[in-house]
Structures are given as structure tokens and as C-alpha cells.
Design a protein around this ligand. Structure first.
Ligand code: NAD
Length: 420
């Protein structure tokens, strides 16, 4: 089997294709390759939730554990109407490589519910979360599988998950989820960790490209946990954030946006549209703006065969998971656009989740300065290892990150051996 370019916009096919490229180059043992190419476990649940008006609605949710070779499964829970098993499988596989590329002792997992949480009341969201957690109790646990926030889930959702699991256990189990509120054993710095880690990799890449970040134009797609904090931190690095967007569209100001004011605006109005002093821009236009740094921080399949030739960024930093399709990867590489792949770029989130879990298991609490310093050390080291592989193997950074990660997971798989 060799890597053929996929044709459909299936996140799972893209994930397998990316794996195949690395497996080909590593000449992986066929048995190990077959194991790593599929998830170890896939759970689909259909579960009822009582709505505020007394009616009962059935929801569908998933939890996938792609690989458990290097430790318990780790990965977020997504609430979005477009969640499918295909998507969750891809996200779980990416988590396996992400944890390996930064060298933290986890396998990959992911979960999600097909729901638009914006259409639920707070009480409905809580009931959905608690029932979904109960459905997942056959898989999750601090030694087995540790969920975290992802798109449309946050510290409050994690608090409900932790409480539900703890009620069943009969005692408080903070280590069952990460991304919790600080008061419940959450880690300092977790909320900003994904974006902070991404910006560490941008700083490292810019230095190697001889591209100063001071005055550089940055464009950010998605203005949630990953995107809004990335925009804020890029400004702190001296960059000019000229455009950002959310699901309702974007705003553009060639001289630079006031990012803290934009964060307040979004909190007050629930959307970016209408922000004073900026022009409206569509998500499609935003991706093709001329800039030094483009940060996709929304969903999968945003940079595709259809628009990759129009991307005018020098550096693309994938804060989101799977924003670039394999065809787009090829086009960007041919055009000399440097891309920091998701499994490296956004690994700061799971790294600080790991710190949170370690603190929970040890009943410890680290300062934000300590968390950020440890995060920086891991991100800078991991970036250096991937960059070194990129130079040695003469390949793009995604392939290099996969070579580093897949080799580590394959080694662990071989050393554990085949049971029985
Ligand atoms: P979030 O729910 O906080 O924010 C998502 C943002 O994307 C929102 O602003 C939403 O409006 C926007 N969005 C949705 N569809 C869009 C579209 N079509 N065009 C433009 N914007 C759109 O989610 P998040 O946690 O910031 O996650 C964003 C991405 O980062 C996802 O790919 C996620 O898997 C990835 N990620 C998140 C974490 C984490 O710790 N939260 C860690 C690693 C990776």
C-alpha cells in the first residue's frame, strides 16, 4: 500500500493519507502499519436528553481511542452539528501523533456530539453533558482516557464531566478530564496553552526563515479559544493582526486591529461583525489576504485544492486540527509556503493538559510562570526536532513531524509486542 492522494474532503481519509506518506518513508513493518492505520476502539452512543419544554431528544455522540501504545488516550470533546464518526476518528489519530511529537505519555483519543450547543439552554447543555459522560464511562478514566475541551466545549463543560464521573465513582476524580476551572484542579495557563504553544512555534519558524515578527502582518481564521488568544499573543510579539474571522464572517483593517478591543466586542455582541473601524470580509477572502503569517484556528478542510494557489501567506501555522487538505499541502509546498503542521503547532493545549493531569494526580498546583516555562521548553525542543528532521529528510514540516511521531509510536508498538 502506498500513499494515494484522497479525492473527497473526508478528514479521516486525509488523516490516513498523511500517515501513509510517513509509513512509506519509514518503510514500516506491514503489521505495525496496519495497526496504526486504524483506531483501536470506536464507540457510538445514541442517548436521550430531556429538553426544557419536557420533550425528549435523542443525540448521537462518539468517543474514539486511536492508539494506547504510549499511554492513556487523550483528546478533546467537540460539540458541533457537523460532528461525525469520520471526523472524530481523524481527530483521534491526529492526537496520537501530536502526543508523540511533543513526547508526552499519551495515546490519541477524541470525542464529540452532533449538536449545535448555541441552540440549547444552559440546563439542557448540562443534562446533555452529564448523560454523554455517563455513556462514555465504559471508556474514560484518569488511567484510561482523559477528555478535554475542543470546539464549543469549555471549562464549565469539563466541570460537569468531572462531577458526573466523580458522582459515579463516589469520590472526587479531578484527573478524569483536563481544561477544568482552576478551582476544580485546572491548571494555570491551560486556557491560553494552545495559542501560546502555537505562537512559540511561529516565533521559532520566523527566526529560521529570517522573518521578523515585529511589524509582520498576521491573519487569524476562527476567534475562539485558539484563535482569539493567538491573535492577542501575536500582537504581543509585535505583529499587526490585519484580519480575523468567526463562523459569521470576518473583519479586516490593513493598519491592524485592536485585538483586546475585538475580544471585548465579541464577548459583548457574540460576533465580530460590526466592529468599528474595520471592513467586513468573508472567510474565503480572509484566507487569501497577503500576509506574513496565516493562522487557521477554526475547523478542518479550510485550505483546499480550490484556494491553496491563492494563499498569499509566507507562513501558515495550523492552530486548528486538519485545516489543510493533502492536495493543498502539495500546492503550498510547491509555492514555497512554509506550514507548521497541526500536530506540532497546536500541541501546546495537550501539553498543558498533561501538566494539569500530573498536578491532579499529585494533588499539586504549579504557578503560571512555571507552566509557561515548561510549555516553552517542550514546544521549542519539539519544533527543533521536527525542523532537524525536515532538513535531514529533505521534506516539508508536516511530513517531518509525522516521521518523528510515527516512528516513536511504531517503536513503542514493537517493543510492547503482540498480545497474546
Ligand atoms: P472554539 O469553539 O473556542 O472556537 C472556534 C472558533 O471557530 C469560533 O470563533 C467559531 O466562530 C469559529 N468558526 C467555526 N466555523 C468557522 C468557519 N467556517 N470559518 C471561520 N470561523 C469559524 O474552539 P477552539 O477550541 O478554539 O478550537 C478551534 C480549533 O483549534 C479546532 O480545530 C480545535 O480542534 C483546535 N484545537 C483546540 C485546542 C484547545 O485546547 N481548545 C487544542 C488543540 C487544537
Amino acid at each position: 500500500m502506498t500513499a494515494e492522494t484522497p479525492t473527497a474532503l473526508s478528514a479521516w481519509r486525509n488523516a490516513q493519507h498523511q500517515f501513509d506518506i510517513a509509513a512509506d518513508r519509514l518503510q514500516l513493518d506491514p503489521g505495525v502499519r496496519a495497526v496504526l492505520r486504524e483506531p483501536a476502539r470506536e464507540l457510538t452512543v445514541h442517548f436521550p436528553v430531556q429538553m426544557d419544554d419536557g420533550s425528549v431528544r435523542l443525540f448521537t455522540g462518539y468517543r474514539v481511542q486511536h492508539n494506547l501504545g504510549r499511554g492513556p488516550a487523550k483528546g478533546g470533546i467537540r460539540y458541533h452539528p457537523d460532528v461525525t464518526l469520520d471526523e472524530v476518528k481523524a481527530l483521534a489519530m491526529w492526537m496520537t501523533w501530536k502526543c508523540a511529537v511533543v513526547g508526552i505519555p499519551y495515546g490519541g483519543g477524541k470525542g464529540g456530539v452532533a449538536v449545535d450547543p448555541k441552540r440549547l439552554s444552559r440546563k439542557e447543555l448540562e443534562r446533555l453533558t452529564r448523560r454523554f459522560t455517563t455513556e462514555l464511562s465504559v471508556l474514560i478514566g484518569p488511567e484510561r482516557d482523559i477528555p478535554a475541551p475542543d470546539v464549543n466545549t469549555n471549562a464549565q463543560v469539563m466541570a460537569w464531566m468531572m462531577d458526573t464521573y466523580s458522582m459515579h465513582a463516589g469520590y472526587t476524580v479531578p484527573g478524569v478530564v483536563t481544561g477544568k476551572p482552576i478551582a476544580l484542579g485546572g491548571s494555570e495557563g491551560r486556557n491560553e496553552a494552545t495559542a501560546r504553544g502555537a505562537v512559540f512555534t511561529i516565533v521559532e519558524a520566523a527566526a529560521r526563515l529570517g522573518m521578523p515578527l515585529a511589524g509582520a502582518r498576521a491573519v487569524v481564521q476562527g476567534f475562539g479559544n485558539a484563535g482569539s488568544v493567538a491573535a492577542k499573543l501575536l500582537v504581543e510579539e509585535g505583529a499587526r493582526v490585519i484580519a480575523v474571522s468567526d463562523s459569521g464572517g470576518g473583519v479586516h483593517a490593513p493598519d491592524g486591529l485592536d485585538v483586546p478591543a475585538l475580544i471585548r466586542w465579541k464577548a459583548e455582541h457574540g460576533e465580530l461583525a460590526g466592529f468599528p473601524g474595520a471592513q467586513a470580509i468573508t472567510n474565503a477572502e480572509l484566507l487569501t489576504l497577503e500576509c506574513e503569517v496565516l493562522v487557521p484556528a477554526a475547523l478542518e478542510n479550510q485550505i483546499t485544492e480550490g484556494n491553496a494557489a491563492q494563499v498569499r501567506a509566507r507562513l501558515v501555522a495550523e492552530a486548528a486540527n486538519g485545516p489543510t487538505t493533502p492536495e493543498a499541502d502539495r500546492i503550498l509546498a510547491e509555492r514555497g509556503v512554509i506550514l507548521i503542521p497541526d500536530i506540532l503547532c497546536n500541541a501546546g493545549g495537550v501539553t498543558v493538559s498533561y501538566f494539569e493531569w500530573v498536578q491532579d494526580l499529585n494533588r499539586d498546583h504549579w504557578s503560571e510562570a512555571e507552566v509557561n516555562a515548561k510549555l516553552k521548553e517542550i514546544m521549542v525542543r519539539s519544533f527543533g526536532e521536527v525542523w532537524g528532521m525536515h532538513e535531514r529528510a529533505g521534506c516539508d514540516l508536516r511530513t517531518a513531524a509525522y516521521l518523528v511521531a510515527v516512528e516513536r509510536v511504531a517503536k513503542a508498538t514493537e517493543m510492547r509486542g503482540l498480545y497474546p
